[in-house]
Design a protein around this ligand. Structure first.
Ligand code: AMP
Ligand code: MG
Length: 425
């Protein structure tokens, strides 16, 4: 199957049904329209945390730079150690981390050595100090203290060799990568420019924090969850506030968002009652598809292009915003940021601690709490009421319980898929 080149083309496929769009299908379709940013800049490695490499990183040195000791003990010549019984050696120097010994280890000699210290010339093996005693007669090494030559010795270049590609273009930089680059003496790297994401909330009932509520008003929470999720993805964000459901105002908001950003995200206004109105606007400004995704929560979703900007129209309900962001927007942003190895969020099987009622037909992303079962395993239960307006369910949850479209009711003890909401940072 050839991939669609335009959104219109995509909507003409035989099996395209905007009223029942499977989650995977929508994800794949969005992917075909994503072209990563190309502009890049130099950044100090600290500023590069979470950014994506725009050039390979090549090791300028061997790591470690010298053979060194993996233990506190004595650097010896393996050939000197008696095949049976203890061995007594004469100590001829000390090698500390950062302060190598000037001595060469000759036959019958050894050097006191500490973890990370350079191996003295002549020695090939380190005996751990727990297997030794030292007195006026010398250093006594217990029989069988070392199994083979080279033991407890780290070799120069065993982690990385000079000229080796350490990280490839498209790699996102986490704390381990920052540390590795520092270990190579690299203080600056080339990363893709930040992605600019503009967002606003739509709805006449919405008020921003800090303003009083009139009867029937509610505070806009979506801009804050979006702020949090986008900040964690290291995007440059443009918060355009609340936009009322007035066509001219909305049109201006869409146009100015698209003019200043790579991605425009809105919440609200895509549900059945409101979509027509936004649809008309979009037909004027760009090309947008409106879908009813076969999922719960987060049924309505719009994706399109307004000029050069990608547009994600998320549902209005606070839980739906977070679920659709994690399931559709997050990976799209990662791809746009230049990350090459964007793979689906891992899911793993865990037993249910309580039954779940579900009708087949839609993929459900229930909010779950994973807990240790007391015998080395884990079980999961839901946070309770799964209404799409109950944002506290996202706060209580530490995972999504992902129930496929085909799945029906689940019994206690059934294996279900879970996706963690947080990882190690
Ligand atoms: P809509 O998709 O615009 O019909 O909104 C669905 C529900 O989500 C309604 O109850 C809205 O009041 C609510 N909602 C929409 N936007 C927000 C927001 N930014 N913050 C909190 N609730 C919202
Ligand atoms: Mg609305």
């Amino acid at each position: 199957m050839t991939e669609p080149k335009t959104l219109h083309e995509a909507s003409c496929a035989d099996d395209y049904d905007p009223d029942s769009m499977p989650v995977d299908r929508a994800r794949a379709l969005i992917r075909t329209f994503l072209a990563p940013v190309t502009a890049h800049e130099r950044a100090h490695i600290r500023q590069a945390l979470n950014r994506v490499l725009a050039a390979d990183v090549i090791s300028p040195v061997d790591v470690p730079g010298h053979d060194n000791s993996a233990m506190d003990g004595y650097a010896v010549r393996f050939a000197d150690l008696a095949a049976a019984g203890d061995t007594v050696l004469q100590r001829v120097g000390e090698s500390f981390a950062g302060k190598p010994s000037a001595a060469t280890v000759g036959p019958g000699q050894c050097v006191r050595i500490f973890t990370g210290a350079v191996m003295p010339p002549g020695a090939d093996t380190v005996v751990m100090q727990e297997r030794t005693t030292e007195d006026v007669n010398g250093v006594r090494i217990a029989a069988g203290a070392v199994g083979k030559a080279g033991q407890n010795r780290r070799f120069a270049g065993e982690d990385l060799t000079r000229g080796q590609v350490v990280f490839r273009t498209g790699q996102r930089l986490r704390p381990a990568e920052l540390g590795m680059m520092a270990s190579l003496g690299i203080g600056e790297v080339t990363v893709y420019r930040k992605l600019r994401v503009a967002f606003f909330s739509t709805g006449d009932e919405l008020k921003s924090v800090g303003t009083p509520l009139a009867a029937g008003d509610i505070y806009d929470s979506n801009r804050y969850t979006l702020y949090g999720m986008l900040t964690r993805l290291d995007c440059d964000i443009v918060d355009l506030g609340v936009v009322p459901d007035v066509p001219e105002t909305l049109e201006r908001a869409f146009a100015s968002a698209a003019a200043c950003a790579d991605v425009v995200i809105t919440s609200g206004g895509v549900s059945v009652g409101e979509a027509d109105f936004v649809k008309q606007l979009m037909d004027k400004l760009g090309e947008v598809l409106f879908w009813k995704i076969a999922m719960k929560p987060g049924r309505p979703l719009a994706y399109g292009k307004i000029g050069g900007a990608h547009f994600f129209g998320l549902p209005g309900n606070p839980v739906s915003v977070m679920v659709t962001f994690y399931q559709f927007v997050q990976d799209a942003l990662r791809i746009l940021q230049g990350q090459r190895d964007v793979t689906p969020q891992p899911a793993f099987k865990v037993r249910l601690a309580a039954a779940i009622r579900k009708a087949p037909g839609r993929t459900e992303f229930q909010r779950g709490i994973l807990a240790a079962d007391g015998s080395g395993g884990w079980t999961v239960r839901t946070t309770g009421d799964q209404g799409s307006g109950i944002l506290s369910s996202m706060s209580q949850a530490n995972c999504f319980i992902v129930l496929s479209a085909e799945t029906g009711n689940c019994a206690i003890g059934d294996l279900v898929d879970v996706q963690l909401l947080e990882g190690l940072i």
